[in-house]
Design a protein around this ligand. Structure first.
Ligand code: 5AD
Ligand code: SF4
Length: 348
């Protein structure tokens, strides 16, 4: 397939996703990078990632911190989260993401509310207060409102797969893991006023090129101001891995991950697209390659190391944590001290 033959409808996207021609894939990535620079400029925004806890009430079949896996659980104290947020300020990251397993108990909800108020009060000198994105799963509308009022302005909730059948194949079949509930949560977030980001895993068992094309069209239909998607990386102890269902090779999943970023950039030129951590696990220069394929956000992991190693969604021993100097050295332009809202959202 040639780049000039690409169309951005379902059929065209699926054909591009299925095409494994290296020259086509490289041309597509270059084109997406050009569109990014032309539309939103060369700058890359940083979000310091704080993994607050690996305790989770859910049991997603692909995830290494699912409820049924016996692993050492941790929860950062309020002081630890604040100290980490202060590090983000000192490093001029401009914003943080608080991510963790899903919990809906009142103690946890209140803790997040308090933390949001405290983080917003951190002295940032001349710079705006730290921007805060939450990524804490499905919550009631009231809880989303409480956190929004406390100062969170962005929320990440991946749809994981936009195909309800595939969604149900990779999740237990119960009301806690219902596709419709997840979609409802995304629309709740948007209605409350969050910049609601979503995304999906790429290269999963059972997943077809058409499914991936539909994921892209889902982001478009939802009008997502930000998207974070990344390759599926098998975790050895999860049901999805243990059942032995085949999935693409590491090399293909990586190429697919970059290709999805590039196609999304062409489909939605002015949104924020993250080069996900999962890319880095597959290639030591994964983040940089994601940025050169059209992504404009990276999330350096600033979780204290002792806990970071326990947040094992998948095997990520090779993760190069929070250093961004390598990117600067290679000429990537970093938007220090900025919230980095998407141009798409600002226009509304
Ligand atoms: N491979 C890749 N991504 C995963 N996630 C969970 N398990 C895996 C895995 N095995 C992602 C999910 C979730 C995010 C926190 O981590 O997409 O939304
Ligand atoms: Fe919990 Fe998220 Fe893992 Fe599902 S993917 S088990 S909700 S941490």
């Amino acid at each position: 397939m040639k780049l000039s033959e690409l169309t951005l409808d379902r059929e065209g996207l699926a054909a591009a996703i299925a095409c494994e021609d290296a020259a086509f894939e490289a041309a597509l990535r270059e084109e997406a990078y050009r569109v990014k620079v032309d539309t939103i400029g060369p700058e890359v925004y940083l979000r310091g990632l704080i993994e607050i806890s690996n305790i989770c009430v859910k049991n997603c079949l692909y995830c290494g911190i699912r409820r049924d896996i016996r692993s050492q659980r941790y929860e950062l104290s309020e002081e630890e989260v604040l100290a980490t947020a202060r590090i983000a300020t000192r490093r001029r990251f401009g914003s943080v993401v608080i991510q963790g397993g899903e919990r809906t108990d009142a103690a946890f909800v209140r803790k997040i509310t308090r933390l949001l108020k405290e983080i917003k009060a951190i002295d940032t000198g001349d710079a705006p207060s730290l921007g805060v994105t939450l990524s804490l799963g499905e919550q009631s509308r009231e809880v989303y409102e409480e956190w929004f009022d406390a100062g969170a302005h962005r929320y990440l909730l991946r749809i994981e797969s936009s195909n309800p059948d595939l969604y149900h194949k990779i999740h237990p079949n119960d009301s806690l893991h219902a596709y419709d509930r997840r979609v409802r949560a995304l629309y709740d977030l948007k209605e409350i006023g969050y910049q609601a980001g979503t995304g999906a895993m790429i290269g999963m068992p059972f997943q077809t090129p058409e499914d991936l094309a539909d994921d892209l069209l889902f982001y478009k239909k939802f009008d997502a101001p930000m998207v974070g998607m990344g390759p599926y990386n098998p975790h050895p102890e999860t049901p999805l891995t243990l059942t032995g269902t085949p999935y693409p090779s590491a090399e293909r999943r990586f190429a697919l991950g970059l290709k999805m970023i590039a196609l999304l950039r062409l489909l939605m030129p002015d949104i924020n697209i993250a080069a996900a951590t999962a890319l880095e696990v597959l290639d030591p220069r994964g983040r940089e390659k994601g940025l050169l394929s059209g992504a404009n956000v990276i999330m350096p992991n600033i979780t204290p190391e002792e806990q970071m190693v326990k947040y094992n969604l998948y095997d990520r021993k090779t993760l190069n944590a929070s250093d961004v100097q390598d990117l600067v050295d290679r000429g990537i332009v970093i938007g220090y001290g900025r919230w980095g809202d998407s141009k798409h959202f600002q226009k509304k």
